[in-house]
Design a binder for this molecule. Structure first.
Ligand code: PLP
Length: 391
């Protein structure tokens, strides 16, 4: 075999559902020479990562840490540690990642009941209360930011509701953290997982998780061992504790990245960061609407960081996405599941939630749409976005 040329990919602007572009400071941090994972300097860095994660999750939960793996490892960590055969789980499903929760929860041997909304919709507390009353589950599982539909599920009332039924509240904050509020303690969330590659501006590879004291008690009351050795928190906790017992080699470079990503979130301030995501979303949305596109999620339930819009009739999904990629270096996402071929998903996450990104994207999209046969008034997208910024 001929030796391949050194890696030198054409730069892209990652405006899909994730990964999003890493912040340049994160990439610089990743060039830091390795430390051993039991080196006192690395242990101190891990303490700081845990402390910063608590601030970003807005929690005092002691059991807050990054799991080695992508967002799915966070989902799996929650499910396998909290559920075992004989348990009942209730999963809210209104998109692709709700379906994933059903699949992963089911593999624990727990009995899973599913409640559904059409893709793009969100759940109201009334429907959830009725199901909690009927099922009396150990855990209620729900996605806060459904990446497949762009729908923003309110979580704030669910913790209190779950407590009425002695149920643990498990939320998927993979696309939420670092972009919109995730108020773990205030909302009474018992288990939450996220990822590194979206709102936290790092590459994919770590899954921040946090567990309430109630969730930890539930883990301690388990009758059976956690099926997954790698994700068993009862063992992982020994590495985090005073003894620092070896479990697996921590991914050093990814933890450097997360350290820098979290520092940047806290330096900006959570409130300022959420406002930035809203401001750029409003400008993008004004531009997209002016160009004749419409959102898949209802008004008031649209995620600022993940804009899912219907593909105009007669426009070839793949042709437009290919044009954006090959001619402008811009990646956006296609539809998943029920929305395959019907929607585009445009991410403005973390570092990429910036006015220059919005304006560049709208200009490029206008050209691609025109060539694909969809007529938008010339300049309408950029003009509407600029008007939104000026408002
Ligand atoms: N949950 C949601 C809402 C997601 O958007 C994703 C991925 O985009 C996942 C879970 C899985 O995360 P990962 O692909 O990092 O494993």
């Amino acid at each position: 075999m001929a030796i391949p040329a050194p890696l030198n990919p054409t730069p892209r602007l990652l405006l899909g559902p994730g990964p999003s572009d890493a912040h340049p400071n994160v990439l610089r941090a990743m060039a830091t020479p390795l430390l051993g994972h039991l080196d006192p300097q690395f242990l101190e860095l891990m303490n700081q990562v845990q402390a910063m994660l608590r601030d970003v999750f807005m929690t005092a939960n002691a059991l807050t840490l990054p799991i080695s793996g992508t967002g799915m490892s966070g989902m799996e960590t929650c499910m396998v540690n909290l559920l075992e055969p004989g348990d009942r789980a209730l999963v809210c499903q209104a998109g692709f990642f709700g379906q994933r929760m059903v699949e992963v929860a089911g593999r624990t041997g727990a009995q899973v009941t599913v409640i559904e909304r059409p893709w793009g919709e969100t759940f109201e507390p009334g429907q959830i209360r009725e199901a909690l009353q009927r099922v009396r589950p150990k855990a209620l599982c729900i996605v806060q930011a459904e990446t497949s539909t762009g729908a923003w599920q309110p979580i704030d009332q669910l913790g209190a509701l779950c407590r009425e039924f002695d149920t643990l509240l498990v939320i998927d904050a993979v696309t939420a953290l670092g972009c919109v509020p995730v108020r773990v303690d205030e909302w009474g969330v018992d288990a939450v997982y996220s990822c590194s590659q979206k709102g936290l501006c790092c590459p994919p590879g770590l899954a921040p998780v946090s567990f309430s004291p109630r969730a930890v008690e539930a883990m301690e009351r388990r009758k059976s061992k956690v099926q997954s050795w790698y994700l068993d928190l009862s063992i992982i906790r020994k590495y985090l504790g005073e003894d620092r017992v070896y479990h697996h080699t921590a991914p050093i470079t990814m933890n450097y990245a997360l350290h820098e990503g979290l520092r940047l979130v806290l330096e900006e301030g959570l409130e300022a960061r959420w406002q930035r995501h809203l401001r750029n979303h409003r400008a993008l949305k004004a531009g997209l609407l002016a160009m004749g596109l419409s959102y898949t999620a209802a008004e008031g339930r649209q995620l600022p960081q993940l804009n899912a819009v219907r593909i105009p009739d007669g426009v070839d999904d793949l042709a437009v996405r290919k044009m954006l990629l090959s001619e402008f270096g811009i990646e956006i996402g296609g539809g998943l599941g029920d929305l395959k071929g019907k929607a585009w998903r445009i991410g403005l996450m973390g570092f990429n939630s910036r006015p220059e990104v919005v304006l560049l994207f709208l200009g490029a999209l206008e050209q691609c749409l025109a060539r694909a046969g969809a007529k938008a008034p010339p300049g309408s997208g950029v003009a509407a976005a600029n008007a939104a910024y000026a408002a």
